[in-house]
Write a protein that binds this ligand. Sequence first.
Ligand SMILES: Cc1ncc(COP(=O)(O)O)c(C=O)c1O
Length: 414
Amino acid sequence: MHSALDTAAVRRQFPGLARRGGDRQAVFFDAPAGSQVPAVVAEAMVQQLLHDNANHGGVFATSRATDAMVHDARQAVVDFVGGDDPEEVVFGANMTTLTFHLAHALARTWRRGERIVVTDSDHDANVTPWVRAALAAGCELVRIPVRADASLDLDGAARLITRDTRLVAFGAASNLSGTIHPVVRLCELARAQGALSFVDAVHWAPHLRLQVDRLGCDFLACSAYKFFGPHLGVLWGRRALLEELDCDRVRPAPRHGAEKWQTGTANFEAIAGTRAAVDYLARLGRSVGGPAERRGALDHAFHAIERHERDLCRALLQGLADLPGVRVVGIADPDRVAERCATVSFTHERVRPAELATALAQAHVHCWAGNSYALALTTALGLEPDGVLRLGLLHYHTQEEVAYTLAQLRRLLA
Ligand SMILES: Cc1ncc(COP(=O)(O)O)c(C=O)c1O
């Protein structure tokens, strides 16, 4: 049994959402650059800093508490990504840093003339680390193109992923167009040619259930600050690969397990906050009929999140379709919301994205203009230098906020 999200109850858990702007609550459509955070996440971070603060690996009480917390956090994240081994979860500063780290290690196994495949749809954090690593190793770098509707060209992908390909790196969903990519198919194409797959799930993570076992990838990265947690990056990788790869590490650091990949002292308070973010989502799942057990609860949470976000996205796309001069990037059809996340970017024939973002900020709608680092995509679609205006919706948003923002746009564009 699934019940619908109680948005009012959800919103009460996020103190940031109560922020006033003029005579109303501010609208946080800047979410793809970082979500708001429920109080339980901040409380977990305060607990770690004020009561359990110590480096890990010691014999005394606070160090033991920190070790136990990190262990629990790995278990929470492995439930969140749908893996089965907590030692496959690596914490780091952010997704970009972890990706550079992994690229550096993988490149040591590459040979001159081999091929690395990236896409024209991705955030640059999933492009430049591979471009630089390929260059250093003397590998050929190719890009899967995008079609005019911002979707990935799968025929092109099948042609480009050849026998000498070592890695295919792609996003699970675009942080600019919101388009969901054919992750399973791309992983299959990589595997069929003996290549590894790396999935950037940063944009996907707050919107859709992650299940690395079903996706079939070798590595996957996400960022807790996009799924209601603090600023922390997460890398999941197959245990055998994490064990056999030679990554940058100092001599006294562990040689095995996830710790081998974590350079220097970890951000323990952010790890505590990330565990709390996963538990927040699990509680959300229980509130809509999910079981006590965390994985099942997360399944329910994302079922409810998807349903709620699709309704919001449909209303937003319908409203934008009625605004003359507006062109949505990617899937604009309100009947195709299942193929995209509720992240909607658009341009206007006359008014630049930056002007729109400034005017919306004055109306207390927080949102981003520009390329949001999806530089390959804005370049491929001819959207540089101004980029797009991006409205990013999450499960804590309401139909009232969508209607208010559309009314502001109607006024601004009149
Ligand atoms: C799709 C996507 N990938 C990667 C990143 C980079 O993540 P981080 O800030 O954790 O390095 C972002 C950040 O916006 C993103 O949206």
